[in-house]
Design a protein. Structure first.
Length: 327
């Protein structure tokens, strides 16, 4: 039995789909609220849905039954300003699960974020030591909340304190793919714009305010959610592997390249407008992200990653252009 927190969300529901389709018993821990995220789960068999406040009590009577916990649940808005909510949902909940998994010797895979790297001036190397992590300066409270957990686990590891038999943090870079439609303004540019572009509207990208980057030349490491799921599946199959790993492609691509891939997927010529960036973002904007993937490769992961054009094309044609866009 696998427990997936945030299992009705974007990455979480894709993990649920994989595990359920593989014949595993899957329990989802999440809020379904009043949006359409239930549809992220609708095609797959699940054993139960647990509200987050009930999880600890639910786990307490199922010692020895749970195979692993895949913890994707979090407030994922990079613009969130309620720091107490971030502390409760992103920090406290993860450390509570870490404690439970340690006590019961259950594998834990949890979501960190590339937002922990801040402006990237210290690089994007997933070194899992207190000294290396202390150099990073996240640009927003969301990134900070993920960074707190990484630093705590790194400290416990350094001090040789007890930890789960498998403890893995995953620093996700810019993930796109099916089942993100409930995320509103936090959807990928692809999800937000495909139908608008098909109707003939232009694509809006932010202007650049950095002399080293042209408008549309800002760079991101875009990774297809299918690759994220493949990495997590591989980790679950290899429970002796622990650590903090980047989850990207290792190749930065520009927003303009993403735009061209998107227009190609809908067979339309590019039509792009450059717009002013909201003032609150200007001092918190990452102009370059690129995952260093050597530690994951060294750990033994070898499956090829999806290039941007292939991933965008599949996402658009197989999901966003269909009447039922859910996985």
């Amino acid at each position: 039995m696998y427990v997936v927190t945030g299992g009705a969300g974007f990455i979480g529901s894709n993990i649920v789909a994989y595990l359920s389709d593989a014949g595993e018993e899957v329990v989802v821990c999440d809020w379904l609220k009043d949006d359409q995220r239930w549809r992220n789960l609708a095609k797959h068999e699940i054993a139960a849905i647990i509200a987050p406040p009930q999880l600890r009590a639910w786990l307490a009577v199922r010692r020895g039954i749970v195979t692993a916990i895949v913890h994707m649940g979090a407030i994922s808005k990079t613009t969130e300003t309620d720091i107490d909510q971030l502390a409760e949902n992103n920090i406290r909940s993860t450390l509570d699960l870490l404690e439970w998994c340690t006590e019961n010797q259950i594998p834990l895979i949890y979501a960190s974020s590339a937002a922990t790297y801040g402006d990237g001036s210290m690089g994007f190397d997933d070194v899992f030591t207190p000294a290396a992590l202390a150099l990073l300066r996240p640009l927003n409270a969301y990134g900070w909340s993920k960074h707190v957990v990484d630093r705590r686990i790194a400290r416990l590891l350094q001090q040789k304190e007890p930890l789960p038999p498998q403890c893995v943090g995953l620093k996700f870079f810019n993930v796109y793919g099916p089942n993100e439609l409930h995320k509103g303004a936090m959807q990928s540019v692809i999800a937000q714009n495909t139908r608008k572009l098909m109707a003939g509207e232009p694509l809006s990208l932010f202007k650049s305010y950095h002399p080293d980057y042209a408008d549309g030349g800002q760079l991101r490491d875009f990774i297809y959610v299918k690759d994220c799921v493949n990495i997590i599946a591989w980790l679950l199959e290899n429970p002796k592997i622990s650590g903090l790993f980047n989850v990207g492609t290792g190749r930065a691509r520009s927003w303009l390249e993403l735009a061209h891939a998107l227009f190609a997927a809908i067979s339309r010529p590019p039509l792009i407008n450059y717009i002013e960036m909201p003032q609150p973002l200007k001092n918190k904007y990452q102009y370059f992200t690129e995952a260093k993937m050597n530690r994951l490769w060294a750990a033994g992961y070898s499956k090829p990653l999806t290039d941007l054009e292939t991933g965008v094309g599949e996402y658009v044609r197989e999901f966003l252009c269909r009447a039922d866009p859910y996985r």
